[in-house]
Ligand binder design. Sequence first.
Ligand SMILES: Cc1ncc(COP(=O)(O)O)c(C=O)c1O
Length: 411
Amino acid sequence: MAELAINGGAPVRSEPYPEWPKGDDADVAAVTEVVRSGRWGGFPEPGPRAAEFEERFAAYQGAMHGVLMSNGTVTMEVALKALGIGWGDEVIVPALTFSATAYAPMAAGALPVFVDVTPSTWTIDPDQAEAAITPKTAALMPVHLGHQMADMDRIMDIARKHSLAVVEDCAHAHGQRWRDTGAGCIGDFGSFSHQSSKIMTAGEGGSLLTNDDRLARLAHSLIDCGRPKDEGEREYTFGANYRLGELHAALLCVAMDRFPSQQESRAEAGGRFERLLRDVPGVRVLEHDDRITRWSFYRYVLAIDPDAFAGHTNQAVCDALEAEGVGAWTGYEPMSNYDLFQPSLSRLPVAVEHAARLDPARMSFPVAEAAGLRESVYVDENVFRAGDLGVDQAVEAIAKIQRNAAELPGG
Ligand SMILES: Cc1ncc(COP(=O)(O)O)c(C=O)c1O
């Protein structure tokens, strides 16, 4: 008789995990207030609720300035443009991330140059980032992936040594702290997403954080059709309309009220999950870096050893986990697999100068490829809002699949 739920066995968890996003009367009241106020849009920029959120979120992470805009993709494009990065520049990006990280340099007119990630954290490999620097390199874009943070000590050392800008992609890292400094407050800019699946959400939205007054003004201008933001200043920047409306901003203010206690309970549940996971055969727990001094995460990322799962890879394990009642996803594909970076589709100007660096056929990222195509399992965030039982069931589901791996379909 089949054991695994994917083959008709009893699932480990039959009750659904909690929904996300989850609104209540506070969201309804916040939106109602905006509707009644008649001030719906983001112009003049920033609107009152946007300004409130910018200030509160920046203070929570520990930055001087927050700039709220329409999503966590244009945030990175705006950051690069504010830093003066564009045509002819190269920007170093990890080979394992969402396409948005690499799209941003292209949208700013620069070229993304991919480097592999480290096997212990699946975040950008600082040695490879340094080796990829050329006279055209203008910035490094570390990504704090899943529940991890990139090695910001090394990244900042390299950036200082080579006079490079740093834009942190913190789409997964609201609340994280590195040596007691908030994610997004270490480099020149930190970029956050408020899209529905993210842990501080209004359905859509994105924030940039910075400690630099001038960069903050430039970012405000770039998202507001280039309008000058200095008192008495008349010069426009090359901006577009990336403002976020007040309805979304109001929802973010409510999300901000809730966030600190959500962060605490999620970190506690994550700790329990990680402790239990260490005893599951065939699973590798990524390095838990003690320099992460406040833990807050989007999804928990673990590595499976396909040999210990009868040769099955992450996709089979995620499908089986879903059937057991635990949401899971294989994570990002390596950048060498993304259509966006196939020169014929993206029309990247790679033909001459950059062909060797940007032709996916010539790219090789063994660690990102092993992670994305075989090993990585992203456990859904809602597991960490379902009490000890929810966490224990998720661990049991992984262990059950490993014990019965010979039963997995598709072998
Ligand atoms: C790592 C990463 N960077 C950037 C983004 C882009 O954010 P958005 O969807 O708000 O544009 C996302 C998520 O969607 C992401 O996961």
